[in-house]
Design a protein around this ligand. Structure first.
Ligand code: DGY
Length: 337
């Protein structure tokens, strides 16, 4: 992360830093969490009952990321462990990226770059790398939350018609402000020239975009996923792209990331990026800062003691009493200064 921001924790706590960026096994995580009072983690760390089982002093987990499908909130709440995430600070950056991936996919930018780099450009031709327009097209947004709305605002500037599907509809006033119309799930699939996935990953959204859903889309359509890989059945997507049942796709997230299926890597009409939706320097710094602020507050110290700015399970905080009381009660734990 960023040493100057993470270092702020040292004013309150004794720090243990894991500098190696890799996937830690469940046992390794359990071993590392065991002596801690609080932890700052990323989406690489899956934390549930098994990982916190030996962490008797653990009171807070601050996730650096807005998506928190890596955390088992039920298990954390049951153990009285506060969980936090980093919403808002990454909204605009991620929406910018969603648009970049959409444009790259529709206009075949990465394929075109490879065409030039590989020396295949012999003469200007009228029909080289024809793509799809954004202006005048219909953009479908699956999940009109914060990031989805920021994408809808951008789409208006591009002269797109915006349709969306959420389980619950926005208010008419918000729909009018965004210029977005609600459609049922199947209608969204068949109406979209470009479909962007921005919904949370839950058991209900696992493989929501499967062979059946893809078959409802126009063969000229493009699909962009900036949410979580598990929302898309990747083999069904690869098959649709390979057989011309879908024109193109842009994926920033993958079900088994960082591993990408060979069936996907083989496709030319697929733009691939390594989960960088929120990766601008300013935004990644803001995310770490918010996570650090959350952790300090969740541990019951600092200016927001007991009131982490973005708490996911307020029930855990209540179960443990107020933050200040928690800090007082646990002042003697090994890693608390
Ligand atoms: C998130 O915040 O959930 C992103 O996927 C990682 O930045």
């Amino acid at each position: 992360m960023f040493d100057d921001i993470v270092g702020q924790l040292a004013a309150h706590f004794e720090l243990t830093l894991e500098r190696e960026v890799r996937s830690y096994s469940s046992d390794e995580l359990a071993e590392r969490l065991a002596p801690l009072d609080g932890a700052l983690v990323t989406l690489n760390e899956r934390i549930g009952a098994a990982e916190i089982g030996s962490a008797g002093n653990l009171r807070a987990i601050a996730n650096v990321g807005v998506g928190y499908n890596n955390l088992d909130l039920e298990a954390l709440s049951a153990a009285g462990i506060v969980a936090t995430n980093t919403p808002d600070v990454l909204t605009e950056t991620t929406a910018d990226f969603g648009f970049a991936l959409l444009m790259a996919t529709a206009r075949r930018i990465t394929e075109a770059e490879a065409f030039v780099r590989e020396g295949r450009w012999r003469a200007w031709s009228f029909t080289t790398l024809l793509g799809a327009d954004l202006h005048g097209s219909t953009l479908g947004i699956l999940g009109l939350g914060r990031i989805g709305r920021a994408i809808a605002r951008r789409a208006r500037g591009f002269g797109m018609r915006v349709v969306y599907h959420n389980r619950s509809r926005l208010t008419p006033a918000l729909e009018a402000e965004l210029g977005a119309s609600w459609l049922g799930f199947d209608d969204l699939l068949s109406a979209s020239d470009h479909l962007v996935l921005v919904l949370p990953y839950t058991p209900a959204s696992h493989h929501l975009i499967d062979a059946r859903a893809l078959a409802r889309m126009k063969p000229t359509a493009t699909l962009v996923n900036i949410a979580r890989g598990g929302i898309v059945d990747e083999l069904a997507l690869a098959d649709a792209l390979a057989h011309g049942r879908l024109a193109g796709a842009g994926l920033d997230v993958f079900e088994g990331e960082p591993r990408v299926r060979p069936e996907l890597l083989a496709l030319k009409n697929l733009v691939l990026t390594p989960h960088i939706g929120s990766a601008s320097l300013a935004t990644r710094r803001a995310m770490v800062q918010l996570a650090v602020d959350n952790l300090i507050a969740a541990m019951g110290v600092g200016p927001n003691a007991g009131h982490p700015p973005s708490i996911l399970n307020a029930d855990a905080l209540k179960a443990a009493g107020t933050g200040a009381a928690v800090a007082g009660a646990k002042n003697t734990t090994a890693s608390k200064r």
